[in-house]
Write a protein that binds this ligand. Structure first.
Ligand SMILES: Cc1cc2nc3c(=O)[nH]c(=O)nc-3n(C[C@H](O)[C@H](O)[C@H](O)COP(=O)(O)O)c2cc1C
Length: 524
């Protein structure tokens, strides 16, 4: 034994490296057939795989210019990070964007900006920007709701996001009077931190699921009765990143906690089918909306990504005929995010937000129904100028998902589907989510929303208005090369936005249905 140990001890450090490389080469040539490159080019072939794996980071840090990356470029991410930290989010020396570029958005400023009269609510609270419409007001629901913030958190479940991230988000919305959409995974304890909640369910009916995987009204009623923070219910028809795509939640991921929240069995695969069991036609969908509203008293809405319009037209016709219908409609853009989706879906199925929203809004405007509905938009709208365009097209609120994630530390690593999110936001790894300082991150989310609202109000005032609901299609121009060819939204999308009834900001503040707990004093 001793001579062998002596021999091994006499091998220099570089000898060990050579032995290791020799073993790798033997494995590459004789024992593995899965990778052709490392078989044909033993040892050095591994460099290719390694460089490929660090390529995205290298491009992000060193190569891509400030406006190049997708889904969100460095300038957009930087604006969210700085706004969330209440740091200087200005840029010096003028814009670095090519403002002659195709599709560039111009907000038409007034010759003289809107001047706030003495005692105006926004003098004391420059962040106060509630929704101009009351959700459920038209349909006379028992518990109508006016969102106290025009920017809110879009559907993202506990499961796709970590417990720490969901907690930080819910505490954050409580601090800035916004609402938090639960996403498809049910209402978790992390959603119950004090913020207003919109309960969202899809084809899996998680949290309101009967034993046979159907929708259970009894469970929904109990959930709503026990949780007064729930201000509305959203039925998911589809989302922009994967419309019409079901999913499987693998049994291995179903812990006791997730099983309890979602109402499924521990360790057993759960299927989210691509279609709903609770309805299979537009009249049945309308019936479900009405019965949920009747049983819970809450406003009820639907969320969809847009492709064909025939069923939307059928819904609008039926709403006109019956006088009933959803209290809110969330339109998601094809550019929307997801925890995980096949690229063929994310890249190609459903229209981008502006095309989808304009087509659907027109369907309801043509039938004189827009005043009944609160329109919510989502799809990279969490930037004030983009929101101005969305409001000019007819939205009443926006929902943000990935922008909210970034405000609490997401670095756009784009690995949500792997459970290895380095920022601890989109992972179930206890170790990775320990990095999230919940109180700090909740402040950041609240500050991002507040900064957004303040800047959006400033743009609104520059355009001569008091509230963004007053934006018309003629206030925004999209660049299509020469100024003569640039067109305002009305000419491009060929409809007129219905005027939103609006008296004053004070009037919105005094509304008994106002959510959150906004106060009109100077807030930091
Ligand atoms: C991690 C993650 C999870 C999501 N989960 C859901 C979901 O459960 N239900 C849903 O309708 N949309 C879901 N979405 C889509 C978002 O709610 C939103 O519609 C979309 O990302 C567009 O908003 P954004 O551009 O601000 O991210 C998810 C998005 C992300 C990034």
């Amino acid at each position: 034994m001793e001579p062998i140990l002596d021999f091994l001890g006499s091998i220099p450090w570089w000898g060990w490296i050579l032995i290791f490389l020799l073993l790798v080469a033997l494995r590459d040539i004789f024992f593995q057939r899965a990778h052709t490159i490392s078989h044909n080019f033993p040892v050095v072939g591994h460099l290719r795989y390694w460089l490929e794996s660090i390529g995205p980071e290298m491009r992000q840090y060193f190569v891509a210019n400030n406006r190049e990356e997708l889904p969100f470029n460095r300038i957009e991410r930087g604006w969210i990070y700085a706004s969330a930290k209440k740091e200087n989010n200005y840029e010096g020396f003028g814009t670095e964007r090519d403002i002659y570029a195709h599709q560039h958005i111009f907000v038409k400023n007034a010759m003289m900006a809107y001047q706030m009269p003495q005692g105006h609510p926004n003098i004391d609270n420059p962040y106060f920007l509630p929704c101009a419409k009351v959700i459920g007001g038209y349909n006379k629901r028992r518990k109508p709701f006016r969102p106290a913030s025009i920017i809110n958190i879009s559907a993202m479940s506990f499961g796709s996001l970590s417990a720490a991230a969901v907690t930080a988000m819910n505490q954050g919305v409580e601090k800035c009077d916004a609402y938090h959409n639960t996403g498809e995974g049910g209402l978790s304890p992390y959603h119950k931190q004090g913020g207003d909640v919109i309960f969202h369910f899809g084809t899996g009916y998680f949290g309101v699921r009967s034993r046979d995987g159907n929708f259970s009204m009894d469970k929904l009623k109990i959930l709503v009765d026990e949780n007064p923070a729930i201000k509305g219910v959203e039925i998911k028809l589809s989302q922009g990143a994967k419309p019409g795509k079901g999913g499987v939640l693998p049994g291995a991921k179903i812990t006791h906690e997730i099983a309890e929240i979602r109402g499924v069995e521990v360790g057993k695969d759960v299927l989210s089918p691509s279609t709903h069991k609770a309805f299979s036609s537009i009249p049945e969908l309308l019936e479900l909306i009405e019965s949920i509203a009747e049983e819970t008293g809450l406003p009820v809405g639907i969320k969809g990504a847009i492709g064909k319009l025939d069923q939307w037209e059928e819904l609008a016709d039926l709403m006109k005929k019956s006088g009933k219908g959803p209290d809110f409609i969330t339109i998601d853009g094809g550019e929307g995010g997801t925890g995980a989706a096949p690229p063929s879906f994310a890249d190609h199925v459903s229209l981008p937000w502006t095309y989808g929203f304009s087509s659907v809004y027109k369907v309801f405007a043509d039938r004189g129904l827009t005043e009944r509905i609160v329109f919510i938009g989502s799809g990279k709208l969490g930037f004030p100028a983009k929101a101005a365009m969305a409001f000019a097209m007819g939205v009443d609120c926006i929902n943000v998902a990935r922008e909210a994630m970034m405000s609490i530390g997401c670095i756009q690593a784009q690995v949500c589907h792997t459970n290895r999110c380095p920022a601890g936001v989109a992972t179930q790894s206890k170790w990775l989510q320990k990095g999230i300082d919940v109180p700090l991150k909740s402040d950041r989310l609240a500050q991002y929303f507040k900064t957004f609202r303040k800047e959006f109000l400033e743009i609104t005032h520059a355009a001569g208005y008091e509230h963004p609901c007053q934006f018309t299609m003629n206030d925004i121009q999209l660049n299509v090369d020469h100024d003569y060819l640039s067109s305002d939204l009305e000419a491009i999308y060929r409809y007129k936005k219905t005027q939103v009834p609006f008296e004053s900001m004070q009037n919105l503040y005094d509304c008994v249905h106002l959510g959150g707990k906004p106060v009109l004093k100077k807030t930091s």
